[in-house]
Design a protein around this ligand. Sequence first.
Ligand SMILES: CC(C)(COP(=O)(O)OP(=O)(O)OC[C@H]1O[C@@H](n2cnc3c(N)ncnc32)[C@H](O)[C@@H]1OP(=O)(O)O)[C@@H](O)C(=O)NCCC(=O)NCCS
Length: 184
Amino acid sequence: MTDLTWSVSWETDLDDAAHGPLARLLARAYDRPDRFADGRSWAGARPERRIVAHDAGAPVAHAGIVRRFLRALPDGGEVLVGDVGLVAVDPARQGRGVGRALMARVADALVDLGVPFGFLSCGPAVEGFYRAAGWTRLPGVTTRLIDTHHRNRTDTDPAMVLAAARPPAAWPEATVLVRDGQLV
Ligand SMILES: CC(C)(COP(=O)(O)OP(=O)(O)OC[C@H]1O[C@@H](n2cnc3c(N)ncnc32)[C@H](O)[C@@H]1OP(=O)(O)O)[C@@H](O)C(=O)NCCC(=O)NCCS
């Protein structure tokens, strides 16, 4: 892992040419060449911030963050989060701590962005990975969101949170979190 070079970029600062290699990395990691075709290194919302690890100039790990407000129902409060997605490690590098190093940099990036919390929803198969990185599952919470096909969806997958600039106790009570935008 010491051979990796890490970068944190704003979306508009990324060269157009950077997206092809990122799309291929995401297609390999998610085994979804269809989703990341034509050099599109995103599936739903584009991140505003990307954390990327390179090996000899090629991307081998990636995460994206976009800031947004979630609505917390039924009380109707709002919470600003860094919504995290497109978390991926090259299959050839998995199981060797790269994902852990990536998530440590994501935590730093959330603090840099000044957001109170990090938020993500994930498949049950990777909940343990996020827990190992310090994230906490919100019990009994469903997420309403707009999917990659621009349709409304209600999701019962694990909703995970990381305290960044605020303590965990500042997270609002909610049984439903509404993300009025596409997942990252
Ligand atoms: C999930 C993923 C990013 C993990 O990356 P990785 O480099 O293999 O993870 P690491 O080797 O750094 O593992 C870090 C810790 O998480 C644990 N972990 C990794 N994958 C896990 C999983 N699927 N379930 C439970 N724990 C997991 C490891 O055991 C390790 O714990 P430890 O340090 O206490 O032993 C990688 O497997 C991947 O890219 N998967 C495909 C894309 C994907 O599913 N992304 C998440 C979408 S929400």
